[in-house]
Design a protein around this ligand. Sequence first.
Ligand code: ADE
Length: 237
Amino acid sequence: MRIDILTLFPEVFEAYFGASIIGRAVSSGLVRIFYTNFREFTDDKHRTVDDKPFSGGPGMVMKCKPVFDAVEHVCRDATVEVTRVLLTPQGERLNQRMVEELAGTEHLVLLCGHYEGFDERIRQGLGAREISIGDYVLSGGESAAMVVVDAIVRLLPGSLGDDESAANDSFSDGLLEHPQYTRPRAFRGMEVPEVLLSGNHAEIEAWRRSESRKRTMQRRPDLLDREGDAGASTDNQ
Ligand code: ADE
């Protein structure tokens, strides 16, 4: 899979994408991630990427030209379908079903906005899918892009090791994940549930399923209505 990240701050991705599961997926060639700075597509001496909104108002707006030129540049040699995604708090809210869809694409272009947002013609003209990672406003789309890439890459076949599995993740079946324990059996008076030490796989499976439902009922009852259509979101814990 190829992912292009279009941003004003390519340097912020380095540490996060160099470590752990994503770092491993990049080194092994499962995913190729390229960074492009919108500023490379300006032609004034100040490398201006934003401007004041017409008719006034606070903040600055990302200009059309550097954004269109950057997208056209990274798509110029594409031989597969390119999926364009604009990270914005006005987008469709990200969930695991969307992550699965995006993980099935071959070439993803993620556009990280800054300032007050993008000129509306960027939305109109690029035909990009608009995605929000939640109902709050970030100072830029970079952290949202990290979330999207992280969630996608762990689903790519071969990205998790043998003892890691996305199949048991919270949300993979529309429910939150069951509790997990590791050694020791007792810690500060708190015991590991007996059933997990029993070696009875059928009972362990039944316990996990029941804990999973109980936890979902207590914390996210909204997910139970959607169980089965995998309409939920995020990660393991
Ligand atoms: N940019 C600013 N806020 C955002 C959000 N919540 N999701 C995606 N991109 C954003």
